[in-house]
Design a protein around this ligand. Structure first.
Ligand code: T46
Length: 132
């Protein structure tokens, strides 16, 4: 099984509009220690290009769209995120690259740990070796 997958969140809709609730250990499968968001990304740029040996995250595209290239030891896939009702779970040891950002793209990311620069693997060759 890949260590990444899309999750559909329940949408509470009525005549006024829509609402989605994210709750730790309920529809988010971990305790949330950090939330960050990515916006105003320029056209034709890549982000990511790393893996995390321990971190679990869920990415939600709140507006606009972008694509994720994901690779782990058993599979690789490119997914488009363009709905606030879709979460993308990315577990540990998954290489990710984000690209094709629309100018209005806003990505919100929930993470199960604080920001630790030493916890980034930015070396694709090392990632490939660890996969073996
Ligand atoms: C990931 C993808 C989806 C912080 O100071 N705190 C933080 O919590 C984060 C995430 C970043 N930063 C600083 C570090 C850099 O100076 O913000 C700057 C940009 O971070 P980075 O180049 O790592 O951003 P992305 O978009 O390449 O990657 C981010 C996350 O870092 C990463 O964990 O999985 O989004």
């Amino acid at each position: 099984m890949p260590n990444f997958k899309k999750i559909k969140f329940k949408v509470f809709g009525d005549r006024r509009g829509k609402l989605i609730s994210l709750e730790a250990m309920r529809n988010v499968p971990f305790e949330i220690k950090r939330v960050y968001y990515i916006f105003d990304t320029k056209e034709d740029v890549d982000r990511g290009n790393h893996s995390h040996p321990k971190l679990n995250q869920i990415v939600v595209c709140l507006s606009g769209s972008c694509k994720f290239y994901l690779e782990d030891k058993c599979s690789r896939k490119t997914l488009k995120l363009n709905k606030p009702s879709d979460g993308l779970f990315i577990g540990k040891d998954v290489w990710r690259r984000m690209f094709d950002f629309s100018s209005d793209c806003v990505l919100m990311v929930l993470a199960d740990d604080y920001y630790i620069e030493e916890e980034y693997n930015r070396d694709y060759k090392k990632f490939k070796l660890l996969k073996k």
